[in-house]
Write a protein that binds this ligand. Structure first.
Ligand SMILES: NC(=O)c1c(N)nc(OC2CCCC2)nc1O[C@@H]1CCC[C@@H]1O
Length: 326
């Protein structure tokens, strides 16, 4: 095959692998068998090896990871990545609702999202191309982990529409991947990870993208830091927009018209969290109207328009269950 034919075939392969990867890792609905995906990826890798100058930054081959970085550069977040105030019980949620209604009036509605227990990251796209990925760090300064995040299949290398946008999400390791990783660590006599959050953070905050690529990480997008040329009125519309762009957005995000609905949502998922293939440590409650976000503003650390309802830690529940049983 000559270079011109190779360039044409590489373009075809990139589009095929991008589409198959999107269906497999974002929609969880595989379009082709793994063997077909692997065959096409191997053909792409072979052609890129034969014609190195034809490799592009958004080529699916970056998913397998390039050479290790000597160190992580620091990154300043243009829009700070805030933390969340906590609510531990129904009374705390009602107090949050009262404060919100005092500031913005009685007609306020919420969005509830599962609180994924992973590593908060920021993804920057210019004209639809992923140009930078960073950890949250202290909310103002994070670490540039772009090459590690490029290996996460659920993170689009190219958006479905060419927006310049900064997106926040939680990188996480599914429970099954965590169990398999710790089994392999045990076999190798290596120290195991304590929980999937540490495993995800440990996988992304090490310097070798080839290691990150093997850790079966994923990401749920949950917020827009800033975007050019797009106006959305509500947080729920932001989530739908992120989904349109090709991000994995959690299906359990729900509009809650009243705090009663919010409390019901927290009770439902406190019971059912063990059914999920990923760990959550609570529910994030956000005022839906973005105009109300403006009115409510921020404290020094966190938005007044959101709070995190925390589930009691699992081990506490286990002890309580033991006491009840004995
Ligand atoms: N962990 C999560 O699932 C989650 C979420 N679903 N939604 C948000 O919304 C941001 C936007 C405004 C302030 C918090 N944050 C989340 O996690 C954050 C990352 C850093 C502190 C919180 O854990």
């Amino acid at each position: 095959m000559d270079k011109h034919q190779a360039e044409k075939r590489l373009k075809e392969l990139r589009l095929l692998l991008e589409d198959y990867g999107y269906h497999y890792y974002v929609l969880d609905t595989p379009k082709v068998p793994d063997s077909e995906y692997d065959r096409l990826m191997n053909e792409l890798l072979q052609l890129e090896a034969d014609y190195p100058d034809l490799v592009t930054e958004d080529s699916p081959s970056v998913r397998i990871g390039g050479p290790p970085a000597p160190s992580f550069k620091k990154v300043a977040h243009r829009v700070p990545m805030m933390s969340l105030s906590n609510a531990f019980n129904e009374e705390d949620l009602r107090a949050f609702d009262r404060r919100v209604r005092q500031a913005v009036g009685e007609h306020v509605s919420y969005v509830c999202e599962l609180k994924f227990d992973g590593l908060a990251v920021s993804l920057t796209y210019e004209n639809g191309k992923l140009v930078r990925g960073a950890t949250r760090g202290d909310g103002t300064i994070g670490e540039d982990i772009t090459n590690n995040l490029r290996t996460v299949p659920a993170i689009p290398l190219r958006l479905k529409q060419p927006y310049s946008i900064e997106v926040r999400g939680e990188a996480y390791m599914p429970k099954a991947s965590f169990e398999r990783l710790n089994e392999a660590k045990e076999q190798a006599g290596e120290e195991k990870f304590a929980n999937p959050r540490n495993a995800a953070a440990g996988s992304l905050r090490q310097l070798d993208p080839k290691i990150a690529a093997k850790r079966n990480l994923s990401l749920f997008a949950y917020s827009i830091g800033e975007v050019e040329g797009k106006n959305v009125q509500t947080h729920f519309d932001s989530l739908m927009f992120l989904k349109e762009l090709g991000f994995k957005v959690n299906e359990e995000a729900a509009k809650c018209e009243t705090i009663e609905d919010v409390i019901a949502y927290t009770e439902k998922w406190s019971e059912r969290r063990h059914e999920l293939p990923y760990e959550i440590d609570g529910v994030v409650v956000k005022v839906n109207s973005l105009a109300d976000h403006e009115k409510l503003g921020f404290t020094a650390k966190s938005p007044r328009w959101a709070t995190a309802f925390k589930f009691p830690a699992e081990e506490v529940l286990t002890v309580l269950r033991d006491i009840e049983l004995n």
